[in-house]
Design a binder for this molecule. Sequence first.
Ligand SMILES: Cc1cc2nc3c(=O)[nH]c(=O)nc-3n(C[C@H](O)[C@H](O)[C@H](O)COP(=O)(O)OP(=O)(O)OC[C@H]3O[C@@H](n4cnc5c(N)ncnc54)[C@H](O)[C@@H]3O)c2cc1C
Length: 327
Amino acid sequence: MRVGGIASYQCEVTSRMELLEALSWAQTHKVPVKMIGGGSNIIWRDEGFPGLLIINKILRFELFNEDELNSYITVGAGEPWDSVVARSVQAGLTGIEALSLIPGSAGATPIQNVGAYGQDISQTLTTIEAFDIQAHDFVTIPALDCGFGYRTSRFKTTDAGRFFITGITLHLYHQNPQPPFYPALATYLRDNAITDVTPAAVRQAVIAIRSSKLPDPATAANTGSFFANPIVSEGQLIQLEADHGEVPHWKTEEGVKLSGAWLIEQVGLKGFHDPATGMAVWDTQALVLINEHTESTAALLSFKQMIVDKVAEKFGITLVQEPELLP
Ligand SMILES: Cc1cc2nc3c(=O)[nH]c(=O)nc-3n(C[C@H](O)[C@H](O)[C@H](O)COP(=O)(O)OP(=O)(O)OC[C@H]3O[C@@H](n4cnc5c(N)ncnc54)[C@H](O)[C@@H]3O)c2cc1C
């Protein structure tokens, strides 16, 4: 978002040894530590971070073909995520191709269980390798122990800040992606007469869809979706539809998912530019907020609160911020 204060100290680590050195330095100097990857899902407070920011640059990409169908890739946490997707797709593997073009690092993907177009990282992740500051040792965490949910995990909730992820292993398959496809993806494949649905075809489709809808963070400061899509009960959906007519929704294992973008559009804020805060709602995807000329995180947060309040007033639903507010 290009707002917020500065960190007192910063370093990059390219190996597990360098990570241990950085942690030991922070302990000696009695300063808090925070590990980040690309910084694409963080809003920094105006006060800044009075500690050591460790930027994960640990690189590694190992592909192990178990048999004709099953493959495993082990990647360093500092690998740029989209490059991991590109290499797995190039190897003809399915499992993460719908997660194309998501900014950031591989090591950050388990934190909020990144997902898009029907896939999320919990579906393919087998293990995480991390330094556990409680155990003072490197540990291997199986996927079942990660507490994954929709845009969440134990790393974002109960164990936030405890694990410094150094690598992840994913289980991918040597086959074509299997239908049913996510609605926007299915529409794109149909409209473009794509019948040979290979991992590469899905990656290309997702890149085309995302590029047409989402702003490029290089030119428009944004964090992708600013809010998670709300999840409500069947009973709440019935009440909402009684009050407001048809409400777009998807049934998921966790409940009924509503479109946050639709809710924001219904309160008249899609494409809204606010001269007072310098913030705007993106005109082709209302979940995305843009910093046009905001000078402070405080202004950004007041713009966000205005959206949350308007949606709550009309629908009784509280939108939850997706990017983390730090420190
Ligand atoms: C344009 C745009 C589109 C986006 N689209 C999507 C999308 O479709 N789906 C989606 O799920 N997300 C999306 N995002 C959000 C973001 O890309 C992901 O959350 C991504 O995983 C963040 O990676 P990062 O390396 O930048 O993490 P950062 O922002 O650096 O960190 C995010 C959190 O993870 C922690 N963290 C990062 N690396 C490590 C590590 N190695 N060990 C321990 N903790 C770590 C940080 O401390 C912080 O708490 C989008 C963002 C943008 C800007």
